[in-house]
Design a protein around this ligand. Sequence first.
Ligand SMILES: NC(=O)c1ccc[n+]([C@@H]2O[C@H](COP(=O)([O-])OP(=O)(O)OC[C@H]3O[C@@H](n4cnc5c(N)ncnc54)[C@H](O)[C@@H]3O)[C@@H](O)[C@H]2O)c1
Ligand SMILES: CC(C)[C@H](C(=O)O)[C@@H](O)C(=O)O
Ligand SMILES: [Mg+2]
Length: 347
Amino acid sequence: MRIAVFAGDGIGPEVTEQAVRVLEKLGLEALDLVEGDVGGAAYRKHGHPLPAETLDIARSADAILFGAVGDFSLDHLDRHLRPEQAVLGLRKELGLFANLRPARVFKGLEDLTTLRPEVASQIDLLIVRELNGDVYFGEKGTRTLPDGRRQGWDMMSYAEDEVRRIAHTGFTAAMGRSKKLCSVDKANVLETSQLWRDVVIEVSKEYPEVELSHMYVDNAAMQLVKNPGQFDVIVTGNLFGDILSDQASMCVGSIGLLASASLAEGTYGLYEPIHGSAPDIAGKNLANPMATILSAAMLLRHSFGLEEQAVRIENAVAAALAAGVKGGDLGGSAGTREIGGAVVERL
Ligand SMILES: NC(=O)c1ccc[n+]([C@@H]2O[C@H](COP(=O)([O-])OP(=O)(O)OC[C@H]3O[C@@H](n4cnc5c(N)ncnc54)[C@H](O)[C@@H]3O)[C@@H](O)[C@H]2O)c1
Ligand SMILES: CC(C)[C@H](C(=O)O)[C@@H](O)C(=O)O
Ligand SMILES: [Mg+2]
């Protein structure tokens, strides 16, 4: 089992190191980890955030464990050279169209979220975010209008096949959970969203057991705070899914807890925490590595079918939290390495 490890920038290397410790401790047969450069780190070394060598490594592997990319000191570069292009490029080049972002409250954290405990404790949801389309990948630019004003523009679009395949992912996920799917859009304003809604309704005919609902994204943001327990699976576009998943992370305690899987057709996937490179805490042993460790669990489950080992990791994280092992993000004092060690001990 060949896993590409792309640690990236900021806290990326710190949190990835702990996830690798966990994977190594499991004693998996034929574990083959191969590192590659991405993001700002790759730009500084090779002049590109996603060098051809890295893409080759990704293609030679069965799955990718990804840390984070982003470096504010490189934000002046042309967009195609900015660190974030590494993760965007991998998603597009490798056809990673389905982004699964689960959020649930771990035992013992009910009092640590920014919601009231009785509200937060209801959360066990999955955001299915489309990852290859939307305003992220449309044409974009800046231009000067005839009257001299500068204008930035980004084209938002979804083609029906793009909506259809993520809708199937959403319905399939709902079938495996409590058979409730909420499609989030902005169909009251956007044509892109109206097509999204129409296609989701068409696809729903193939899943008569699933209860489908629709919600506008502004309301969804509000409902996630008011009554998040109402959601099971949410399916949504690239931009709305990005925003709602950061919001969901605080509803369960911290962005340092939310893992994700970015899946292609088949078993190939990229697995990463939903957070970024957190330059404000980088290099200080302050980052919570649990989101990355939980992403490694998703990797074992989705790309290798190793359900038992995935559950071992998830249980070890839950046990560490229940024992009070918490980083600064959760009001505790455990450092990145200590948290990694606490999980490893409990595997
Ligand atoms: N997939 C990715 O690689 C990815 C995702 C999001 C942002 N980014 C990039 O990361 C950089 C920073 O972006 P940002 O500040 O908006 O978002 P961020 O997620 O990096 O950080 C937001 C806040 O959350 C905190 N935080 C994040 N992860 C944490 C962890 N594991 N433990 C404890 N605290 C944590 C940070 O300290 C910060 O205060 C930018 O360059 C952005 O483009 C990359
Ligand atoms: C870094 C950025 C391109 C990325 C996104 O917007 O998808 C990030 O915010 C995420 O959630 O993975
Ligand atoms: Mg994001």
